[in-house]
Write a protein that binds this ligand. Sequence first.
Ligand code: BEZ
Length: 370
Amino acid sequence: MAELREVQITEEKPLLPGQTPEVAKEAELAARILLDQGQTHSVETPYGSVTFTVYGTPKPKRPAILTYHDVGLNYKSCFQPLFQFADMQEIIQNFVRVHVDAPGMEEGAPVFPLGYQYPSLDQLADMIPCILQYLNFSTIIGIGVGAGAYVLSRYALTHPDTVEGLVLINIDPNAKGWMDWAAHKLTGLTSSISEMILGHLFSQEELSGNSELIQKYRNIIAHAPNLDNIELYWNSYNNRRDLNFVRGGDTTLKCPVMLVVGDQAPHEDAVECNSKLDPTQTSFLKMADSGGQPQLTQPGKLTEAFKYFLQGMGYMASSCMTRLSRSRTASLTSAASIDGNRSRSRTLSQSSESGTLSSGPPGHTMEVSC
Ligand code: BEZ
């Protein structure tokens, strides 16, 4: 007969009632450090699997901040300088962050097999509900750059109730026209894929200046082990269709939008986008001294603008603002739209010398100064 033995079962984690507050605090801190390092997850979607990294913990009654990067980058190379910027910390501590990597762009991603059908930008947008469902998040504030800005806009058009706000950096809402295609084909004859992508991300002036930042990104892209995957995302971007925004129509963004464009990025697209969105909900920010990638070159200015954007949505009390921000003046001002008609759209333009957010032409102005 089998002998009955006494087995001692020990809890690996001490039970909470016996825990001293100090121990509980340490455990919480350890858990938070883990979460602050980012936890990477993958979910299956009808268009293949998608990887995303979550930082921070969900905050009740607050949307998640969800980012989508541009072609040639991943969430880290696109957003790390912004999200690790010192002044950004007081903002993001109030939000859980979800950083999406477009398929095949995550660190260590294997190269897709030959003939793999990469998702279109519309299909990339259709993957986002799977991510939110997996995380059980109901609403987001999106931050997208270039192709990522397009993907988030498409998502917002199809799921307006889940998007509380959008920061769209260097968006081009239009499909390539035949002139663009001709230019693209010609460039393709003489340039490598990595040079073409660098030309999409940065201005010619920046590229020929060859600053440390340009050298870094040139190196990242030219030597990317997943360059073939990057080319597939690039092709999807070039094959995008028009977002067809119509002011006042069904195809328009219903949430507050901050359009951001670097001073050396081609900004006609964003200006046109501005003219097609609800002027009472849209701010347009042309950022001085920022080149093609403001989130990399001017994280401080972008942080400040983002703070005002969140405040406008009722998420950041002015008491949360840093002394630096409080000492500055922000003006949200009525401006004449490009077609010369008076518009109630808000223009935020930034002057780098004074470090102020200065207003456009006077009119319907809200000043925030302390
Ligand atoms: C974040 O805290 O959200 C973050 C940290 C590192 C890279 C990107 C984002």
